[in-house]
Design a protein around this ligand. Structure first.
Ligand SMILES: Cc1cc2nc3c(=O)[nH]c(=O)nc-3n(C[C@H](O)[C@H](O)[C@H](O)COP(=O)(O)OP(=O)(O)OC[C@H]3O[C@@H](n4cnc5c(N)ncnc54)[C@H](O)[C@@H]3O)c2cc1C
Length: 318
């Protein structure tokens, strides 16, 4: 461990409300099942501790939600991984509003919202992950994204300051964070909108969830859609038309069920999966002149390993 990181680890261990683990394995924390160990893993119990931690962390850090949209390198991550714990799992109905901690599973939020006549949430039914991860990804479907529903977003920025942003200040870009500044999203607030019908919403949610089970390889280890849909096009169709379904590199394959999903079905390494992503991207560009942009977040690879994907990685190591 380098000196700076060691110092960060020592200072963090003095903060009440942080649980620190060293050399902590990440592979079982990601839905695709890859990831080496992180030098420092910090589980944060409450906002006060997070504010202090953010002031102290120097060097590479990364926020881990439920790990359903990540491809993490199998090499060790030379920095700090932050994970939100118990103090961020509160989900409360207060009159016309729901407030939701970032560590609440999105499915719990969706259920509560539908039960209480909050319109629009049914369209997010079946999207895995945490509410914080969903806000960091503006997760959703072609009909609805989480950003359409958020009234206020609270976060702690990289200087340890508590910030809040209302609906007009948050970013609402396709599969891009709602937070206008870097940092950790801590909670969200939603306001009940007119036009809800809980019975119809529940039916719609069930039909969407069932549809997903038919169309997606939900029994396999995946990270959901690999690529963003290019403007006016559907990435899955381009990959399918290029005949890439079922193609594999090492233990990774393009799902035969849905071309946007890559499955880790035979103990794939992170590099097998990365190579498959690059290959699919190259073939689609050669055949259709469309350069696909990854939706999955790439963490801990070197610039050399990433090649053309380097600009999209959220954390690159030397
Ligand atoms: C089977 C399957 C189906 C899927 N279907 C869909 C779908 O239909 N639509 C869709 O949009 N996505 C889908 N996904 C992808 C994924 O579920 C979403 O992107 C989800 O919102 C990610 O949440 P997470 O908690 O798992 O985040 P993670 O995967 O842990 O992290 C994703 C990103 O969010 C950041 N992040 C996480 N928490 C925070 C926080 N509190 N503050 C700041 N940044 C944070 C991370 O640093 C990372 O950059 C699917 C995934 C799977 C495995």
């Amino acid at each position: 461990m380098n000196k700076e990181l060691e110092k960060s680890g020592e200072s963090l261990s003095e903060i009440d409300g942080l649980e620190i683990r060293k050399n902590y394995s990440l592979s079982r924390l990601t839905s695709i099942g890859t990831g080496g160990r992180t030098k420092i893993y910090v589980s944060v119990a409450r906002v006060g501790a997070l504010k202090k931690a953010m002031k102290l962390i120097k060097g590479p850090f990364f926020i881990l939600g439920s790990g359903t949209n990540l491809l993490i390198s199998d090499r060790d991550f030379p920095g700090v991984i932050i994970h939100l714990g118990c103090g961020f799992r509160r989900l409360r109905l207060e009159g016309d509003r729901i407030s939701c901690g970032a560590a609440v599973p999105l499915a719990r939020l969706v259920k509560k919202a539908i039960e209480n006549s909050f319109a629009g949430f049914e369209e997010l039914s079946g999207v895995p992950g945490s509410a914080g991860g969903a806000a960091a990804m503006n997760a959703g479907t072609h009909i609805r994204e989480l950003g359409d529903l958020v009234e206020t977003l609270w976060m702690v920025d990289t200087k340890g300051r508590r910030r809040s942003f209302n609906s007009s200040a948050i970013q609402k870009k396709y599969r891009s964070s709602l937070a206008p500044v870097p940092g950790v999203i801590t909670s969200l607030c939603f306001r009940r909108l007119p036009g809800s019908d809980p019975r119809r919403q529940a039916e719609r949610a069930e039909s969407l969830a069932n549809g997903r089970k038919l169309k997606h390889p939900w029994r396999e280890r995946t990270f959901g859609s690999t690529f963003k849909n290019p403007p006016g096009k559907i990435a899955a169709k381009l990959i399918d038309k290029a005949g890439l379904k079922g193609l594999h590199i090492g233990g990774a394959r393009v799902s035969p069920v849905h071309a946007q999903f890559i499955e880790n079905n035979q103990g794939a390494s992170a590099l097998d999966i990365l190579e498959l992503i690059k290959h699919v991207r190259q073939v689609v560009q050669e055949r259709y002149g469309v350069l696909l942009e990854p939706e999955v977040r790439l963490v801990g690879f070197t610039a050399e390993e990433l090649g053309d994907l380097a600009p999209y990685a959220i954390s690159t190591i030397k």
